[in-house]
Structures are given as C-alpha cells and as structure tokens.
Design a protein around this ligand. Structure first.
Ligand code: PLP
Length: 359
C-alpha cells in the first residue's frame, strides 16, 4: 500500500500515525473487546476519551477556565446560526467583516436574526486581501464582531487579531491549531473538525463563559450553547467516533511538540510553496502577499486550458485533490497540519516538471 499525498481542502488529510492507531484499536479498545464506535457515550471509557480530548485541546491552545470547550455537530455552517441566536438580542445588530465566501455565508445566515453591519469588505478586489482595521465602520451597539481568520476558498488569512470592545467571534475552521493563539482575545472561536482537527461530523466551540445563557427564548435546545456547557456536550448522543479521532489528533499534535512546533513546520511548507510559485513564471497566486494563507494555497496556471491536464497528471502522481474550489477554478493546495513537508516537496517537484514540459 502506498498512501497518496492529499491536498484536499476538507475533509482533509489526517496524520498517518492517527489512522494507524485508530486501526489498531478498532476492534478492541483498551482490552474491552469492543470498538469506540460501539460504546455508550455514558461509559467510563468514552467519558475518559472525551475529557482527555478536551484537556489536550485546552493544553494545545492554553485555554483557561474562563472558557467552555464544546463538541457539537452541524459543522461550522451551523455556527453561522448559533452565533446570532445565542449572542444577538432580538432587534439587535452584529458587525461582520466580509473577506470571502465563508464570511458571506455567515453574513447571509445572521441576517435572518437581526441587523448585520458589514464593517468592511474586500469584494472590490475579488477577496484577495484583508481590509485594514483602521478603515472598518463598526456600529456603536454591536452584540459582537464576527470575522473569518482564514478564508479557505480564497486563501486569505488575517495577519492580525482585530481589536474590539465587543465580543470577538471567529470562524477558525481552516486554521485552528496551525499557529499559537491568544484565546483571551476572543468571545467565541469555532471550527468544523474536517480541516485541522479530525474527521467531518464534529465541531469545536470555545466560548467565554459569561457569554453563555443568553440565547433567545425560542432557541432549540440543540442550538443553545448553555445546554452543551451544562451537559459536557452530552445532552444528546455526541459524534463519539469523530470525538475520539479528534482526541488522537490532539495527542499527535502534542507529540509533534505542540502548536508552536507545528507552526514552524507550517511556515516552512508555505514559504517553499509560495516561493516556488512566485519564482516560477508559470504559476501565480492572486492574494496580496501579507495576507496569504498558510493553510490554503490557491494558484493559477499560465494558461487555464492546461488545468485539466495538470489535475489528471497530478492525480496519477498520487498528488490528490488539487482542484480549486468550483466557484473560483484554478488549483488549490491545502497544506494543513497533517500534510507532511514531503508532500509539499513532491508537489513542487511535480509543478516544476509540469512547467518545464508545458511552458
Ligand atoms: C469548511 C468551512 C466551513 C464550512 O464547514 P462545514 O463543516 O461544512 O459547515 C465554514 N467556514 C470555513 C472557514 C470553512 O473552511
């Protein structure tokens, strides 16, 4: 068996060590004679798995007791509704930064619940940059400010944390755990797991505890953060296997030396790839240099008539899932934590060879 290099934007690559461990434990977890998938979520074994995962996640990001860590379903997309339902009062207003397609989806959903003030947008230059905070038009009475630190589709990443006096809410789906983070600057952080945490089906929410208990009166139980916080995220059956796998990823990340060690590796990977793209004269990246994403690297070929050939040959070379998002075309290499440096090296070698043959 040869494993391919997987550049998928999500569900994305998982560390091979994690998959092997899951495989080894699949039929018989810790001598109990059953798989984690078959356990009661109330069993001592699973409760231990769940709380260890939470603790490891807290350790990785230095999350203190002022914050609750919740494990939910519904993906990051469900957070687009949970955030306003829980934080925006009836008739209220919330501030949103519009830097791409994921911001736009959050904005569209929030409009169902109240007034949305878009403080700044990079639509004028095709979402290729982050508007400077000095230009933002914030509202005086916003319930919170929402932004997307890493736009997975456009490959645009904030190189600063916005300064706010209102709770800061961030969709970290595609960049959580890629770089150290000062969690105390945030009211709510959320991330769907399938990019940098684990398999699809589980979503992690970090919420400052004073923001709990503010949901609108008619909020369904399963959309109310407080219910999850009061029940250790087990008000109903949680996605147990995804939670277990996320825990294995956290363990793996700790063994790699934690988030600052993985950040160094991520920086090297990104620098190599952008460096090659910029020098190639054949490929190009459309994003303003100081806000290029460390995780998602879109690139275009000199002639887009070659896109199909590029993707076909890459696939044959076991470099998978390099097509850009269907809405933007071109290519995109997602180089999350679990994508090894050797994958980036192999991609660059392939790109060089392709450029030589087609340039
Ligand atoms: C993938 C992604 C989403 C959507 O996640 P789902 O789990 O499919 O709902 C939202 N925001 C960002 C930044 C993403 O990368």
């Amino acid at each position: 068996m040869t494993r391919a290099y997987n550049f998928c934007a999500g569900p994305a690559a998982l560390p091979e060590e994690v998959l092997k461990k899951a495989q080894a434990e699949m039929l018989d977890y810790a001598g109990r004679g059953l798989s984690v998938m078959e356990m009661s979520h109330r069993s001592a074994e699973f409760v231990a798995i769940a709380s260890r995962a939470e603790q490891d996640f807290r350790d990785l990001l230095n999350i203190n007791d002022d914050y609750a860590v919740l494990f939910l379903q519904g993906g990051a997309s469900q957070q687009f509704s949970m955030v306003p339902l829980n934080l925006m009062p009836e008739g209220g207003v919330a501030d949103y930064v519009d830097t791409g397609q994921w911001s736009a989806k959050g904005i569209k959903e929030a409009k169902k619940f109240g007034r949305v003030n878009v403080v700044a947008s990079s639509a004028d230059r095709n979402f290729s940059y982050v508007p400077e905070q000095a230009t933002w038009q914030t509202s005086a009475d916003a319930a919170y400010l929402h932004y997307t630190p890493n736009e997975t589709i456009g490959g645009v990443e904030f190189n600063f944390i916005p300064e706010t006096t209102v709770p800061l809410v961030a969709d970290f789906s595609s960049s959580i755990l890629s770089t150290p983070l000062d969690v105390t600057k945030f009211g709510v952080i959320y991330a769907g797991a399938q990019k940098n945490i684990g398999p699809a089906g589980i979503t992690v929410v970090v919420i400052r505890k004073d923001l709990l208990g503010k949901a609108r009166a008619n909020t369904p139980a399963l959309l109310d953060y407080q219910i999850y916080a009061d029940n250790d995220s087990m008000y109903n059956t949680p996605p147990t296997y995804a939670w277990y796998l996320a825990g294995l990823v956290f363990e793996w990340l700790k063994a790699q030396g934690g988030v600052s060690a993985i950040e160094k590796r991520n920086q090297r990977k990104a620098e190599k790839l952008y460096g090659y793209i910029d020098a190639s004269g054949f490929y190009r990246n459309p994003v303003q240099v100081d806000c290029r994403s460390m995780m998602n690297v879109p690139f275009m070929l000199a002639d887009d008539a070659l896109d199909k050939t590029f993707l076909k040959e890459a696939d044959q070379a076991k470099l998978l899932n390099l097509a850009g998002h269907r809405s933007v075309g071109g290519m995109r290499a997602s180089i999350y934590n679990a994508v090894p440096e050797t994958a980036v090296d192999a991609l660059i070698d392939f790109m060089k060879d392709f450029a030589k043959r087609n340039g």
